[in-house]
Design a protein around this ligand. Structure first.
Ligand SMILES: NC(=O)c1ccc[n+]([C@@H]2O[C@H](COP(=O)([O-])OP(=O)(O)OC[C@H]3O[C@@H](n4cnc5c(N)ncnc54)[C@H](O)[C@@H]3O)[C@@H](O)[C@H]2O)c1
Length: 463
């Protein structure tokens, strides 16, 4: 399978026309369509775009909802084994179709390699976008313009310019949009946020946020494989589907395939396709920070005290493995973010601390018996909670029917992930601090940072 760059270039050059033709020209072929809302009696026809690790997880959530019919699965990968975070899963459109057909006990699920076919299908009401981060903006924007409701995985953008445009298009089209920041639909995070925001631990003085660290192939396997130039594996069938995986990301030299670079434990750590752990997990915990502080729709004014260990010579794993920085708000409130603390958020109040993580809520003794159902008073802060549904997916479907809001709309998710992007730009520029203007959504005094806020798109793809 190992090929020389030259012979690879030959094969990939042959494949190129199909892809380049496909870019801008066929974008316009998908008609701009207003979103439709299914009637109370009908089902939401949902297509899954990106049948990888999280795509399967969300798809399983949607399959459980009797108001949804998963009609289509889409992935440029036909079927690839030894995938996922511990190389234990099989991903791709074929296993996804198999899962859906097994569930519905028929063979109806449509299987496509090119997501533009999904967007051109008028029978599809909504899409789940669970592709790698470099695809989120383009696929979401195209889906919204085609009138599809969108559940887009976090981090919803690869950079600030993308998020701004996504939020603009979401507003313009009026589609239902849920960012996959599902912690907003988990009661432990909501209760923690309501307790802090309502003043139950006294004035909140600061927050500490623990995110995962690491890169270089978390869980071991990726570092050794993400190094060599190979020909793309056969499961990118037809062959140009490796280009469909890369999409708007800059190609590697000679359009070669770096073995393993498409593995979820590799692409996250490369700046062409991901933002490292600061965006990957920052998307979750910075979102809870914003929610708790009542800062949805706005943001901090600076990143300060940035320290990191990014290796400037590593072109594959080109985000830091270890990092810490402060997120500073206009009123002086500071959240310290680092990979050296336990995963979760600890709010320090004058009367005590609250620590929240997935499935865990530690509170001071005097709040141990606090019960959200009977103790949250009328004057307290009541945060959004999913209506009838209990899951983030169901919350999305509720909103598709009702036209109401979701737990994490596009404009909200955009502001949360913007913080992570600012931190990454600060890191990339080698600065210890960087000012941000949350009203103008730009860096007030750094032209280089404003340049890095604009995500470049390659290979004919554009927003
Ligand atoms: N909310 C959460 O807790 C959570 C957890 C894990 C991952 N995620 C997010 O989900 C997304 C996917 O992550 P993952 O870990 O599942 O990655 P993954 O690599 O396992 O899956 C991505 C899938 O998208 C496919 N894909 C690539 N290009 C495509 C295209 N043009 N059209 C259709 N499919 C395409 C890939 O072939 C792969 O099967 C990421 O944005 C990630 O941050 C969210």
């Amino acid at each position: 399978m190992k090929v020389s760059r030259r012979s690879f270039l030959k094969t990939s050059a042959l494949a190129l026309p199909a892809v380049t033709v496909g870019c801008r020209s066929s974008l316009s072929a998908i008609e701009r369509t207003p979103p439709t809302r299914p009637s109370a009696l009908s089902r939401v026809n949902l297509a899954v775009i990106g049948c990888g690790t999280q795509g399967f997880a969300n798809m399983n959530g949607f399959l459980q909802d009797p108001r949804v019919r998963v009609t289509t699965v889409c992935d440029p990968v036909l079927s690839a084994g030894r995938y996922s975070y511990r190389s234990e899963k099989t991903c791709g459109r074929a296993p996804a179709k198999m899962r859906v057909d097994e569930f519905y006990k028929n063979e109806d699920c449509r299987m496509v390699a090119d997501f533009r076919e999904v967007l051109a299908d008028p029978s599809v009401d909504a899409v789940l976008i669970a592709t790698p981060d470099h695809w989120h903006a383009i696929q979401s924007i195209m889906a919204m313009k085609a009138g599809k409701h969108v559940y887009c995985q976090k981090p919803m953008s690869l950079g600030i310019s993308e998020g701004k445009e996504m939020a603009r298009v979401a507003k313009e089209t009026g589609v239902t949009f849920q960012v996959g920041s599902q912690q907003r639909s988990s009661s432990e995070f909501r209760v923690a946020a309501e307790l802090v925001a309502s003043g139950y631990i006294g004035e909140c003085m600061s927050c500490e946020i623990g995110l995962p660290g690491g890169n270089k192939g978390m869980y071991g396997h990726a570092n050794s494989i993400c190094r060599e130039l190979w020909r793309a594996p056969d499961y990118f069938t037809p062959e140009e589907m490796w280009d469909m995986w890369q999409g708007p990301a800059q190609h590697w030299e000679d359009n070669s395939f770096i073995q393993g670079i498409h593995d979820p434990m590799c692409w996250r750590f490369n700046s062409r396709t991901g933002g490292g752990m600061i965006t990957d997990w920052g998307a979750h915990h910075l979102d809870i920070l914003q929610w708790t502080l009542g800062m949805d729709g706005s943001g901090p004014v600076a990143i300060e005290n940035m320290v990191h260990d990014r290796d400037p010579d590593d072109r594959i794993f080109d985000w830091a493995a270890n990092y810490s920085f402060d997120v500073v708000y206009a009123n002086g409130f500071r959240a310290h973010v680092t990979n050296k603390l336990p995963n979760g958020l600890k709010f320090h109040g004058k009367k005590g601390d609250i620590f929240v993580a997935r499935g865990k809520l530690d509170r001071p003794e005097f709040l141990k018996k606090w019960n959200e159902k009977k103790d949250l008073k009328g004057r307290d802060v009541h945060l959004y909670r999913p209506r009838g549904g209990v899951s983030h997916e169901m919350d999305f479907i509720d909103a598709v029917f009702s036209g109401g809001r979701t737990a994490c709309p596009c404009s909200v998710g955009h502001r949360s992930i913007t913080i992570a992007h600012i931190a990454n730009i600060c890191e990339r520029l080698g600065l210890s601090s960087l000012k941000w203007d949350p009203v103008a959504e730009r860096f007030p005094d750094n032209a280089d940072a404003n340049r890095l806020a604009v995500v470049p798109h390659y290979n004919g793809w554009t927003i």
